[in-house]
Ligand binder design. Structure first.
Ligand code: CAA
Length: 258
């Protein structure tokens, strides 16, 4: 499938999706988000793929929603099209793990896109921010909700109210990103993490993802029960038997996703 705003490559069991609108610092317009939804769906349906990496350029992961596309829209336009509601749905539906590899600007919708992924690996030049306040709007793809859960109310509120950017070190300290790596090594590190995940049982990685994501949706008591029952149910799989026997026999496990 040919895309105009993305470059998609599959390496072993990893689909790499590169946002590619360099003239606009990868600003997210309807075309890019529509193509991203298609590329994600294709990765989800491709039996060979076991992990997805989304990245941008060295200068920008994405500098936000496309301001040129939005500037003249009315409330009715935005509301009736449920602007960005349907386009972002596919990312939320992904059962395969999705990593964001972020270099440069991840602002507004760019920061929100990164936060919708399962975890973020940041280059040391990464800058995160929710500067929508400077445009007379609020975040629209989850920024006020997700950033607050990641970094806490005080920092999230400050960032949304002032529009200031957070550098990579602060993002790591605050729990927004899993780790920071030198910009030149970003793609090697992100692809290595993705390959490592792809070596596991896909069945188990999907189960992990469901359990961790439930921690946002459920009370602790319900979440603990959900996790325990999931843990129990994995004893019905061949991969549990293979994983545990491989450990006892001091050999590498050969997972088959069954
Ligand atoms: N939308 C559309 N075009 C954008 C853009 C955006 N979000 N961000 C950058 N661009 C374009 C610029 O207009 C410029 O295009 P031209 O050359 O045609 O003028 C090109 O990308 C390069 O940008 P700059 O010249 O501004 O580059 P810079 O290095 O001087 O500054 C920047 C970089 C600080 C990221 C600056 O571009 C900027 O502040 N961008 C806007 C960031 C922003 O406000 N994001 C939030 C958008 S709203 C949103 O995302 C809502 C939501 O939650 C859904």
């Amino acid at each position: 499938m040919a895309y105009e705003t993305l470059i998609v490559e599959t390496e072993d069991h990893v689909a790499l999706i590169k946002l590619n609108r360099p003239e606009a610092l990868n600003a997210l317009n309807s075309q890019l988000l529509g193509e991203l939804a298609e590329a994600l769906k294709a990765a989800e349906e491709n039996e060979k793929v076991r992990c997805v990496v989304i990245t941008g350029s060295e200068k920008a992961f994405a500098a936000g929603a496309d301001i040129k596309e939005m500037a003249d829209k009315s409330f009715v336009d935005m509301f009736m099209s449920d602007f960005f509601g349907t386009e972002t749905e596919q990312l939320l539906k992904m059962r395969k793990p999705v990593i964001a590899a972020v270099a440069g600007y991840a602002l507004g919708g760019g920061c929100e896109l990164a936060m919708m992924c399962d975890f973020i690996i940041a280059a040391d030049n990464a800058k995160f921010g929710q500067p929508e306040i400077n445009l007379g709007v609020v975040a629209g793809i989850g920024g006020t909700q997700r950033l607050t859960r990641f970094v806490g109310k005080s920092k999230s509120m400050e960032m949304h109210l002032t529009g200031r950017f957070m550098d990579a070190d602060e993002a790591e300290r605050s729990g927004l990103v899993s780790r920071v790596v030198p910009a030149k090594k970003l793609m090697d590190e992100a692809m290595a993490a993705a390959q490592k995940i792809a070596e596991k049982s896909l069945l188990t990685t999907m189960a992990v993802k469901e359990a961790v994501n439930r921690s946002y949706e459920m009370t602790l008591r319900e979440g603990l029960l959900f996790e325990r029952r999931l843990f129990h149910s994995l004893f019905a799989t061949e991969d549990q038997s293979e994983g545990m026997n491989a450990f006892l026999e001091k050999r590498e496990a050969q997972f088959r996703g069954k």
